[in-house]
Design a protein around this ligand. Structure first.
Ligand SMILES: *Cc1c(COP(=O)(O)O)cnc(C)c1O
Length: 662
């Protein structure tokens, strides 16, 4: 007898401790909880909150933002630096900036500025648009750092900032930018505050390796830095050179890489300082990782260090180098984006159906007149044992091939073709069920087994909401929001509602035991089944697109409040896009479209095929859809017949998801 399933088992299976950083937990009812300040006495039941939001008529999918988590992240980062600075008796301050490209939402930037105020926490901009927002929003005590391509306008904007009394530092990333800065600053009669971005030899680790090293897109080489210094001296601008910057890429997975980069960067700082540059700041860029898969390893979606380790290494290394070189210790700047904002948002999707691996809407009932091939397929299934997995799989594959050939030539009836397909699927499921007892499983069988997961149909678009999952295979933690005291016995891939075969997630951040496939619960008739997709706050908000015309999702901003009945209140609700809005984005005007439909109706009415009254009703029905949410309107209710639910029909002829191996 195995022990009953507990919430601790779920915690382990979904690696919750690793990625949740104590912001998330599971309560006795089996619901996922949020501790916005990591305080177990202030816990919000996420399932209850979602039910509440749905009851208010807000349709799923919904993106939740937890502003308290954001605030807590900002405090954590700054407090950790303060501790390290005190511990190592470091002489400079920590003056971080948030690069708004990671999430430019106004509410996000405002929250970060507010939480960062006691720490003079500033902002970084990398484009004209971003700088427009940052110049207005950022306070005069904080640093404003300007990276990215700079034309005259961008430099002028930065210098306007300086005139307004703000600490706007323009970071030169290419030698040619210096000309622009010199020219525009003369024009405006303002002395700029300048930084240089050094191209380090240390290469990042992880997916963004190529942002650093000799082949990087940005940064000055050593000769370029020296030439720039000479040029500044010649122009009488040497005293403007205040900051040295480097950035070795996002999501650095290994602490060793960070140590190496900081060593190199600190040495650059010290040598330049000795060469007479009046540097005050060393800006170590972004790259602080997020442990998306919760494993604490150097894998692409993880990191093998903690925030503390990162901060200690930065402060200690810079301290050591400066002592050795006998130069003053600079203020330390970092541009952490991902690590600040990833945790504060969560996408909730409802599962509206599931296709069980190997299931079909009809049964392969034996009949006397069925083709020999069908009979043979039945025999192969009977022959499956732990020792014959490979043999039976290959026999089945070949037989199915032969059957398709016979069909093309007219020797196999439609009913028999259907049976072959169903029986082959049974064969694969049978092989999978015998697999645990097999001593040896060949590669192709393993590959096949990976493809026969259940498919859970989820109300969202990966292209809109999880662009990094689609584009670069980034993992995001996904976990049911309830029933976590019940063993998730099924294993599935998540299929979205786009008609694109890429619109699915089949790689997951879970415990090894799950084999990289998401553990899920069987759907219960009529009960909603909610999944949370976590750590969504970084880079996903403005990179998504309207593929298949699924638009921006509804958004809800939640604050913790112990006075409220469930410990939270909802401050803001932002409506997602309607059908009309996404159409309008691509030049379809709703009135034009309605006019076109109306003229077709008029023709039908004239021809007597429609009564005028019917025509009016049809037009009204058409027009009403314009105001609707672009997602499907199942709101939370799982399909009645989970196992045999036919897949959502695909409008454009792309194959709808069907659980079928190979
Ligand atoms: C993107 C970027 C960052 C942010 O990096 P994270 O890994 O999100 O912390 C910081 N600095 C520069 C120059 C960047 O391009």
């Amino acid at each position: 007898m195995s022990k009953p399933w507990t919430t601790e088992d779920s915690e382990k299976l979904y690696t919750l401790k690793g990625w949740g950083l104590k912001y998330f937990g599971i309560n006795a009812a089996g619901d996922l909880t949020l501790q916005p300040r990591r305080d177990p006495d202030h816990s919000i039941d996420i399932k209850t909150m979602v039910d509440d939001v749905v009851a208010r008529g807000i349709k799923l999918p919904v993106l939740f933002r937890f502003q308290d988590v954001l605030r807590h992240r900002v405090q954590q980062l700054n407090e950790t630096f303060r501790k390290a600075i005190a511990e190592f008796k470091y002489q400079g301050k920590y003056l971080g900036v948030y690069p708004i490209k990671v999430n430019q939402m106004r509410e996000v930037v405002e929250e970060i500025l507010e939480a960062g105020e006691p720490y003079q926490f500033g902002l970084e901009a990398g484009s004209k648009g971003e700088l427009m927002a940052v110049l207005a929003m950022n306070g005069s005590d904080n640093l404003t750092i300007v990276n990215g391509y700079k034309d005259d306008t961008m430099v002028r904007l930065a210098l306007i900032g300086v005139k307004l009394g703000k600490k706007v530092l323009v970071v030169i990333e290419k030698p040619s930018e210096l000309d622009t800065v010199i020219r525009v600053s003369k024009e405006l009669g303002v002395r700029p505050l300048l930084g240089l971005r050094a191209k380090l030899q240390t290469a990042g680790a992880g997916k963004w390796k190529s942002s650093s090293g000799a082949a990087a897109k940005f940064g000055l080489t050593t000769p370029e830095i020296l030439a720039t210094l000479q040029r500044l001296e010649a122009e009488g601008l040497k005293d403007c050179f205040k900051l040295l910057h480097f950035h070795i890429g996002s999501q650095v997975t290994e602490i060793q890489t960070i140590k190496d980069a900081v060593k190199e960067g600190a040495r650059f700082y010290a040598k330049l300082r000795k060469a007479g540059a009046p540097l005050e700041y060393l800006d170590c860029g972004g790259g602080l990782g997020v442990d998306y898969d919760g494993t604490g390893t150097a894998r692409d979606s993880s990191m093998n260090y903690t925030l503390r380790e990162y901060v200690n290494d930065l402060v200690y290394t810079i301290h050591e180098v400066c002592q050795e070189e006998k130069v003053p210790e600079p203020h330390i700047v970092t541009e952490s984006g991902r690590a600040l904002v990833a945790h504060h948002s969560m996408l909730v999707v409802n599962v509206f159906g599931a296709i069980e691996a190997g299931s079909a809407p009809i049964e392969a009932v034996e009949s006397p007149d069925e083709n020999k091939a069908v009979k043979e397929m039945r025999e192969i299934i009977k022959a499956v044992t732990p020792k014959t997995l490979s043999e039976c799989y290959h026999d089945g594959l070949q037989l199915r091939e032969e059957a398709y050939t016979m069909f093309k030539l007219g020797f196999l009836e439609l009913a028999d073709r259907a049976k072959i397909e169903m029986l082959f699927a049974h064969l694969c499921v049978e092989i999978r069920s015998q697999m645990p007892k097999a001593k040896y499983v060949p590669e192709d069988v393993l590959e096949m087994v990976k493809t026969i997961n259940d498919q859970y149909l989820c109300n969202f678009s990966i292209f809109q909401s999880l662009p990094d999952s689609w584009a670069i295979g980034q993992l995001f933690p996904i976990i049911p929001l309830h029933r976590l005291n019940e063993e998730p016995v099924r294993r599935g891939a998540l299929v979205d509602i786009t008609c694109d075969s890429d619109g699915k997630i089949s790689q997951f951040a879970c415990h090894r035991k799950a084999g990289g496939i998401l553990p899920l619960h069987p759907l219960k008739n009529g009960d909603p089944y909610y999944l949370g997709i976590f750590l969504m706050g970084a880079y996903q908000a403005t990179m998504g697109d309207i593929h298949n015309l699924f638009g921006r999702v509804n958004e809800v901003h939640v604050y913790e409040d112990a006075e409220e009945p469930n410990g939270y209140y909802i401050e803001d609700v932002f409506q997602g896009q309607t059908v009309r809005e996404v159409l309008d984005d691509i030049q379809y005007n709703e009135y034009d479209l309605a006019k076109m439909v109306k003229s077709t109706i008029d023709i039908q009415v004239k021809a007597g095929a429609l009564k005028p009254r019917e025509g009016v009703d049809l037009l009204n029905a058409y027009e009403a859809v314009m105001k609707e949410y672009t997602y499907i309107e199942h709101n939370g209710h799982a399909a009645a017949a989970p196992s045999n639910d036919p897949p959502a029909p695909a409008a454009n002829g792309h194959a709808a998801p069907v659980a079928q191996p190979v």
